[in-house]
Design a protein around this ligand. Structure first.
Ligand code: FAD
Length: 472
């Protein structure tokens, strides 16, 4: 079933044996079909489907995902969990095979799953190898051949409508090709960006790529400098054009990117879910020489009436952000003042603030605001609270870089989704060419959303390739 080949003909060639490619091949073979799929017809001839992969083993990224546990989807997946050029097309694709279908399919293959409090879904075994072996086992049962060390170097469409696929393992001919080559992140897993170049040569617009879901590096001297090791909840906004506190608290405030969740301060910046979720916007800002500014609000999530303290009491920091639709707005001065007054009683300023914020951060804030924290909170003038408020809720942290592709979980950018048919993911430029997974310009936030995109888009592309060849 698997091995090195010298080239051959196939009805469908899938390029890339990652999550999206494996799922596309399975969908093309009808090994994955949702119960309402009325198009199944046992009399149809079986299509020959093969997957070409550059590496020695398929699905390497699945094995390292989720810290080896593979966060394979989320219990709640919405369009605003992603960044893309075509949100309506994204909605259509996610709706064709949703997170429930994902869990049902894996469970039907004997892989039970469970859900963490913030909705992240993992295999019950907590072992990513079980996810991969489920996919490989299904490919074997469906008669799909996987050819290793077949790095595809070019794809062209001949006049007779047959594709020629040149690979280091030989030349293939196919009636349909599904491009599932992933992005550029973690290149040692085989994702080196070749699909972007191939798609561009075939006439597609490919948006610039940056590493995403990666740590953010900050300019030295910001509020968080020298607080390495501190974990705390925060709202992080990315701005390319600096805004005032008033603008940020206004109804029209629209940062380039925003995330509310746990943050870990590192020796050179920030990591943790909220930092990872904004890293793509930071990367694009730096690529465009926009000098991106991260504005941190350490109050909005930590304040007493926020839902976050519930999470904070659990033994580990939540591994994903608050869903965008539930994220609190930037803290206004009135809210901040009302909170500190209700917390203060007869306490000193420092005691009041440490009821919400870590001690080391409070010391840094008071030092920078030049406020004596030993004073009773009730006697501090409004001017001093305003200085504390600005540093606590609108702390400017200029970003100077991100961790790069070696550390990034995904690549932000790729083939314009808007250039693919939203019902089939077939190219609007090259008939018979389809694309799915990370090679397409769709990037999810941390929490299983990128795999869900791989499953949904793999399903749509694979099903469409099959139906196209069956002429339905
Ligand atoms: C460390 C890490 C942890 C992650 N954890 C999670 C998680 O828990 N949950 C989540 O949702 N997402 C996670 N992700 C992201 C997720 O793994 C990816 O979004 C997803 O695997 C993308 O699937 P894909 O099939 O599109 O691409 P890939 O998995 O990158 O697969 C692409 C395949 O194409 C092959 N290929 C590339 N170029 C060629 C070529 N020219 N010829 C032939 N083959 C080629 C590669 O060898 C590779 O096998 C993580 C990523 C990383 C790096």
């Amino acid at each position: 079933m698997t091995g090195i080949h010298t080239g051959s003909d196939a009805d469908i060639v899938v390029v890339g044996a990652g999550a999206a490619g494996l799922f596309a091949a399975l969908s093309a073979s009808e090994a994955i079909a949702i119960p309402s799929d009325t198009l199944r017809d046992e009399r149809r001839t079986r299509l020959s489907i093969c997957i070409l992969d550059a590496t020695k083993r398929p699905g390497l990224k699945i094995l390292v995902s989720g810290g080896g546990r593979c966060n394979l989807t989320n219990a709640r997946v919405e369009v605003d969990d992603f960044v893309t050029d075509a949100p309506r097309a994204l909605k259509s694709v996610l709706g064709a095979f949703d997170h429930r279908s994902t869990r049902e399919w894996f469970e039907s293959k004997g892989l039970s799953t469970y859900e963490e409090p913030q909705g992240k879904v993992f295999p019950t075994s907590d072992d990513a190898r079980d996810v991969l072996s489920t996919l490989i086992g299904a490919c074997e049962s469906a008669g799909i051949s996987i050819h290793h060390e077949c790095e595809v170097t070019d794809i062209s469409l001949a006049k007779d409508g047959v594709f020629r696929i040149d690979s280091r393992g030989g030349t293939w001919r196919a009636r349909s090709v599904i491009l599932a080559t992933g992005g550029r992140s973690l290149p040692k897993t085989g994702s080196m960006g070749a699909g972007f170049e191939i798609a561009a040569r075939l006439g597609h617009t490919v948006t610039p790529q940056v590493p995403a879901l990666v740590n953010v590096r900050l300019a030295p001297g910001g509020l968080t400098a020298e607080l390495a090791g501190l974990t705390l909840p925060a709202r992080l906004d990315v701005e390319y054009q600096p805004t005032s506190i008033e603008q940020r608290c206004g109804r029209k405030y629209a940062p380039v990117s925003s995330a509310c969740g746990s943050v870990l301060v590192t020796h050179d910046g920030l990591t943790g879910p909220a930092a990872l979720d904004i890293s793509g916007a930071v990367g694009h800002g730096i690529r465009r020489s926009e000098k991106p500014l991260v504005v941190a609000d350490f109050w909005s999530l930590a304040r007493p009436t926020s839902a976050w303290p519930e999470f904070a009491n659990s033994d580990k920091a939540p591994g994903a952000c608050v869903p965008p639709s539930e994220a609190p707005s930037p803290t206004t001065f009135d809210t901040f003042l009302a909170d500190v007054r209700s917390l203060a009683g007869a306490s000193a300023i420092v005691t009041t603030l440490t009821r919400v914020l870590p001690k080391s951060l409070v010391s840094r804030i008071l030092e920078r605001a030049t406020v004596d924290g030993r004073k009773p909170a009730s006697t501090a003038p409004e001017g001093e609270w305003r200085k504390i408020y600005a540093l606590t809720c609108h702390s400017p942290l200029p970003a100077i870089g991100t961790g790069g592709y070696d550390k990034a979980e995904v690549t932000d950018g790729g083939i314009l989704l808007g250039e693919l048919d939203r019902r089939t993911l077939e190219s609007t430029r090259v008939p018979g060419l389809l694309a799915c997974g990370e090679v397409v310009n769709v990037t999810g936030r941390l929490g299983g959303f990128n795999f869900q995109w791989a499953w949904s888009s793999g399903f749509v592309a694979g099903t469409a390739a099959r139906e196209r060849l069956h002429g339905t």
